[in-house]
Design a protein around this ligand. Structure first.
Ligand code: G1P
Length: 292
């Protein structure tokens, strides 16, 4: 079984970044000079998955345009002798194949995934939430594919978070899989709960926005009723899936930024800028000059 498709839900309203997101998708907010959503698409490409299915909505056309060829821009750049930049622009659209489905009502992450059902069809697939920017080589998704290739079950990215922050996440209960090769990173899930209070939370192992799912999830989601926040939650669908199939949680290697949050977005911006070969030195010098 190969994973050939990655679903990227991008229909959310982005209210946490208003007014910046009043007339543009939050997924297009740039970290340094690259839109958030491009980080996720590049992770898909470098994990060897050839196709992205965007679950999009009203006001998100900028995302489609971003991953399409812009003949005018390319012509303009070529005319000005900016060949390298022209090549970079072309590589964005040539990176992968893209498909778009519309989620007509924002009814939650689980509902967004269900919207992609006809395009994904009866095969396992990946899901990436572009709010979670994860920097690592090999990429988080590629690490998870190794688990999938070994067990052919659904795999969820997990990370230990401070206990008082569990209510921002799906949280798992599970036990460590004591098999060689996983360096105590692999958990077999027993249960999970969406956005629990610290008292309710079964652990501090939080779900991060990377999933590999078997197509059984579609049946599970069809039977799922609205949960936390009145939305159809992927976590609740996964809970149903757990009753039928094994599901693994993988503590991935890498630094994760919550770019859906203002502070997390700023942290990602600063740290990613510091790592950039073209900016890092000058930016570090500037930060030092602030004497914070
Ligand atoms: C979603 C999921 C949640 C997960 C989180 C990771 O929540 O519902 O289970 O822990 O992504 O970022 P959201 O951040 O969309 O509220």
């Amino acid at each position: 079984m190969r994973i050939r498709k990655a679903v990227l839900p991008v229909a959310g309203l982005g209210t946490r970044f208003l007014p910046a997101t009043k007339a543009q998708p939050k997924e297009m907010l740039p970290i340094v000079d690259k839109p958030l959503v491009q980080y996720a698409v590049e992770e898909v490409a470098s994990s060897g998955i050839p196709m992205v299915v965007f679950v999009t909505g009203r006001g998100k056309q900028a995302i489609e345009n971003h991953f399409d060829v812009s003949a005018e821009l390319e012509q303009e750049l070529a005319g000005r002798g900016k060949e390298e930049l022209r090549r970079q622009m072309r590589s964005i659209s040539g990176m992968l194949r893209f498909a778009y489905v519309r989620q007509q009502n924002p009814r939650g992450l689980g509902h967004a995934i269900l919207t992609a059902r006809d395009v994904v069809d009866e095969e396992p697939f990946a899901v990436l939430l572009s709010d979670d920017v994860i920097v690592n080589e090999p990429p988080c998704l590629k690490q998870m594919l190794k688990v999938f290739e070994r067990y052919e079950c659904s795999v969820i990215a997990i990370q230990r978070v401070p206990h008082q922050t569990v209510s921002s996440y799906g949280v798992i209960r599970g036990h460590l899989v004591d098999e060689p090769g996983w360096e105590k990173r692999l958990y077999r899930l027993e249960d999970m709960i969406e956005k629990p209070s610290p008292q309710e939370a079964p652990s501090n192992l939080a779900v991060i926005g990377r999933y590999i799912l078997t197509p059984t999830i579609f049946e599970a989601l069809s039977a799922t009723t609205p949960g936390a926040g009145g939305e159809i939650q992927l976590t609740d669908g996964l809970r149903r899936l757990l009753a039928q199939e094994r599901v693994y949680g993988y503590v991935f290697e890498g630094k994760r930024y919550d770019a859906g949050d203002k502070l997390g977005f700023l942290q990602a911006t600063v740290e990613i800028a510091l790592q950039r070969p073209d900016l890092g030195r000058a930016f570090r010098k500037y930060l030092r000059s602030l004497h914070l």
